[in-house]
Write a protein that binds this ligand. Structure first.
Ligand code: S3P
Length: 429
C-alpha cells in the first residue's frame, strides 16, 4: 500500500503548472468520441480515471491516439460498435455514469463495471431516469450498484427533476438525449452543478439552453468534433491553495487554473476565511474561464458553508476541512450529504482523519463541524480515496509532528504527480 509522508517547516514557493481538469478531460474524450470528425485535445489529464474513459471508448470503436503531448480523437458520428468485453471504469464515477448515458442510446448490450469502491456507489440516480427514457438496466441490489448490464436504444427524452445536484446525472441524461429518437429533455436540479458539459457541447454545435432553471436539450443531435485545450484542475489546485495558506512563509503561483464559476466555491470559501489568494491574468480557453492563482500564507478564521455553495466545491470539502483545522474558531459545513457517496464516505473519512491528527471534529448527517486548534500530525488512513489522501498530506505540511497517509495509491486516479508537485513547491524559491 502506497503511503505519503509529510512534515512541516518548508514553505511552498515559486510557480506550478498543475495537471489538466478531470471533468473536462473526460468530457473532451467522450463528446468528441461521439461526434462527427476529428479533434485534438491538449492538456488532457493523464491519470487513471481518464484512462478508464479512454479505454471504454476505444473498446466501443472510438479512435484515440497520441500526438506528441496531445491526443487525437476520431468520433464515431453517434454510432458506437458493440464491445466484445465488459467495460471497466476503475475507480471513476464520472466514467461509469457518463458512459451509462452514452450506452443507453446505443442499440446493443454492454456491461459497465468498476473497482470495489465504485461497485458501492449509487447508480440508481442514473438508471432510474435512463430507464424512464426507455433503456433497460440490470445491476446488483435491485439495480442500485455495478456491475450494470445496459440494453440501450429506442429512447425518448422528456422531463426530469433530479433530486440531487449532480453534473454526472445531468451529463448522462444529456448524452442519452443526443442519441434518443425523439422528445426533448427538460432537466432541473436543486442547485446548479458544474456546467462543463453545457459549455463544451455548445462549442460543438449542439442545441441546448438553460431556460431559467430548466435545461432544454432536443433529441437526435450529433456533435461536431472540436479541439479542446484543458485548463489545470481547480480541484487539484485546491490542495496547493490550502497547503500554501496554512504553511507560514508560503508564496506560490498556480498557472492556468480553470476558474469556471460552477467550480470556484473553494476560492469563495477560503476568501471568507481570510485567505490571501489573488486571481490574476484572467482569460478564456476553449469556452472555459482560466486564471493564475497567487496564494500567500495567512491566518484563517472559521466559516459556515451550505446550500448552493456546496455543489460549487463538492470535491474540495475535505481539504477545506483541513484549512478549518488551522483556523481560529469553528467551521460548519451542512447540506453536503452527497459527500457520503463519493469515492469514500467523505464525511466519515475526513472527520476520522482529522481526529487522528488531534483535531476537534464531528460528523453531522449532512456535513461536519471543525474547531480549529492544534494539529499534531499522526497516521491517517485514506480509505483508498485520492482526495482524502491528498487532503491529509496537505495537513501534514503545517502540523506539529510527522504525518503518514496510508492507503494512498489511488492518488493516481486524479493526480499522479501530486507528491512531486508538493516537493517542487517546497523546494521553490
Ligand atoms: C463530476 C461531478 C461531481 C464530482 C466528480 C466529478 C463530473 O460529481 O464530485 O468528482 O465530472 O461531472 P456529482 O455529479 O456526483 O456531483
Amino acid at each position: 500500500m502506497k503511503r505519503i509522508v509529510t512534515r512541516s517547516g518548508r514553505p511552498l514557493r515559486g510557480e506550478l503548472y498543475l495537471p489538466g481538469d478531470k471533468s473536462i478531460s473526460h468530457r473532451a474524450l467522450i463528446f468528441n468520441g461521439m461526434a462527427s470528425g476529428e479533434a485534438k485535445v491538449e492538456g488532457l489529464l493523464r491519470a487513471k480515471d481518464v484512462e478508464a474513459t479512454a479505454d471504454c471508448l476505444r473498446a466501443l470503436g472510438v479512435g484515440i491516439r497520441e500526438d506528441g503531448d496531445s491526443v487525437i480523437v476520431t468520433g464515431c458520428g453517434g454510432r458506437l460498435t458493440p464491445p466484445s468485453e465488459d467495460l471497466y471504469c476503475g475507480n471513476s464515477g464520472t466514467t461509469m455514469r457518463l458512459m451509462a448515458g452514452v450506452l443507453a442510446s446505443q442499440p446493443f448490450e454492454a456491461v459497465l463495471d468498476g473497482d470495489k469502491h465504485l461497485r458501492e456507489r449509487p447508480m440508481g440516480r442514473i438508471m432510474k431516469p435512463l430507464s424512464e427514457m426507455g433503456a433497460s438496466f440490470q445491476g446488483r441490489e435491485g439495480g442500485e450498484v455495478a456491475p450494470l448490464l445496459i440494453r440501450g436504444g429506442g429512447l425518448t427524452a422528456g422531463e426530469y427533476r433530479s433530486p440531487v445536484a449532480s453534473a454526472q446525472v445531468k451529463s448522462a441524461l444529456i448524452l442519452a438525449t443526443l442519441g434518443a429518437g425523439g422528445g426533448t429533455l427538460r432537466f432541473s436540479e436543486p442547485h446548479r452543478s458544474r456546467d462543463h458539459t453545457e459549455r463544451m457541447l455548445a462549442a460543438m454545435q449542439i442545441d441546448l439552453a438553460w431556460e431559467d432553471d430548466v435545461l432544454v436539450v432536443p433529441s437526435a443531435q450529433v456533435a461536431q468534433a472540436t479541439d479542446v485545450c484543458v485548463p489545470a484542475d481547480i480541484s487539484s489546485a485546491a490542495f496547493f491553495l490550502v497547503a500554501a495558506t496554512i504553511t507560514p512563509g508560503s508564496d506560490l503561483v498556480l498557472r492556468g487554473v480553470g476558474v469556471n464559476p460552477s467550480r470556484t466555491g473553494i476560492l469563495d470559501a477560503l476568501d471568507s476565511m481570510g485567505a490571501d489568494i489573488a486571481v490574476i491574468n484572467a482569460r478564456e480557453v476553449s469556452g472555459e474561464p482560466i486564471a493564475d492563482l497567487h496564494v500567500r500564507a495567512s491566518e484563517l478564521s472559521g466559516t459556515e458553508l451550505s446550500g448552493g455553495m456546496i455543489p460549487r466545491m463538492i470535491d474540495e470539502i475535505p481539504v477545506l476541512a483541513v484549512a478549518a483545522s488551522f483556523a481560529r474558531g469553528v467551521t460548519k459545513v451542512s447540506d453536503a450529504a452527497e459527500l457520503r457517496v463519493k469515492e469514500s464516505d467523505r464525511i466519515a473519512t475526513t472527520v476520522t482523519g482529522l481526529k487522528q491528527m488531534g483535531v476537534d471534529a464531528q460528523e453531522s448527517p449532512d456535513g461536519l463541524v471543525v474547531r480549529g486548534g492544534a494539529v499534531t500530525g499522526g497516521r491517517v488512513h485514506a480509505a483508498g480515496d485520492h482526495r482524502i489522501a491528498m487532503s491529509f498530506a496537505v495537513a501534514g505540511c503545517a502540523a506539529t509532528g510527522e504525518t503518514v497517509v496510508e492507503d494512498a495509491e489511488n492518488v493516481a486516479t486524479s493526480f499522479p504527480e501530486f507528491a512531486t508537485c508538493l516537493e517542487e513547491a517546497m523546494n521553490g524559491s
